[in-house]
Design a protein around this ligand. Structure first.
Ligand code: SAH
Length: 220
């Protein structure tokens, strides 16, 4: 009886997830087949508190503990598409929060290191990623503005919180041809999702992707 109920629940979850990808993401211009496929696979409701589970597939940022939010699905897709994560890529995420973006990045790349400044969120994200069977994600407690020096260079760096500028330590950890995505601007006002590419010759090229609203990147 229990198994029957659970399979109905997971069918409903798959149905809602497919609808989310079709209506909120693909129809708004996200074309990357790998990103769309990953978003059809990762259940979003397990990253939310039960009382918000019904909102898992709505087009909104949903609250998670410590006054933080899990980003809106379309913006998550936009970030992942712009990052163009290849199967062999190593990814660093700053601001793991619920662990949802890290789970998606782990489907796309080789390994993900995710830093989060709230210890309670670290524990929670770890247990959810374990529950999903995500073995190539390492969630660590720490201030991501200082980067993760012992992690070496990363092909992709995803910053999930908004800063006034790109932390120098993160630029330094970007591999040649690497891509860094960060919302830049006023923590309470206009922010632009910005892509920084490190050209093979070492030059940095910056491009604005989309206007966004993220919680602030807090150093220390
Ligand atoms: N990608 C997350 C979004 C979480 S919101 C998800 O899918 O759920 C952004 C997170 O960044 C918050 O949890 C916040 O605590 C964290 N954060 C803010 N500044 C940080 C910093 N300097 N280092 C690490 N984490 C930080």
């Amino acid at each position: 009886m229990r198994a029957v109920r659970e399979s109905k629940r997971s069918k409903r979850s798959r149905f809602l997830r497919d609808a989310m990808v079709d209506v909120q993401i693909a129809s708004r211009g996200i074309r990357s087949r790998r990103v769309l496929f990953a978003m059809r696979q990762v259940p979003r409701e397990i990253f939310l508190d039960r009382r918000f589970a019904e909102a898992a597939y709505e087009d909104i940022a949903v609250p998670i503990p410590k006054g933080q939010t899990i980003s809106q699905p379309y913006i998550v897709a936009k970030m992942l598409e712009a990052a163009a994560i290849a199967k062999s890529d190593r990814v660093l995420e700053i601001g793991a929060g619920s662990g949802y973006l890290a789970a998606l990045a782990a489907k796309l790349g080789r390994e993900v290191c995710a830093l989060e400044r709230h210890e309670a969120l670290v524990q929670r994200a770890r247990s959810r990623l374990r529950h999903l069977g995500c073995r190539n994600v390492d969630v660590r407690h720490g201030d991501g503005t200082a980067g993760w020096p012992e992690g070496g260079e990363f092909d992709v760096i995803l910053v999930s919180a908004a800063g006034a500028q790109i932390p120098a330590a993160l630029k330094a950890q970007l591999a040649p041809s690497g891509r860094l995505l960060i919302p830049l601007g006023d923590p309470d006002g206009v922010q632009w999702l910005t892509k920084l590419t490190r050209e093979p010759d070492g030059r940095f090229v910056e491009e604005r992707i989309e206007e966004v609203r993220f919680v602030p990147l807090i150093s220390g």
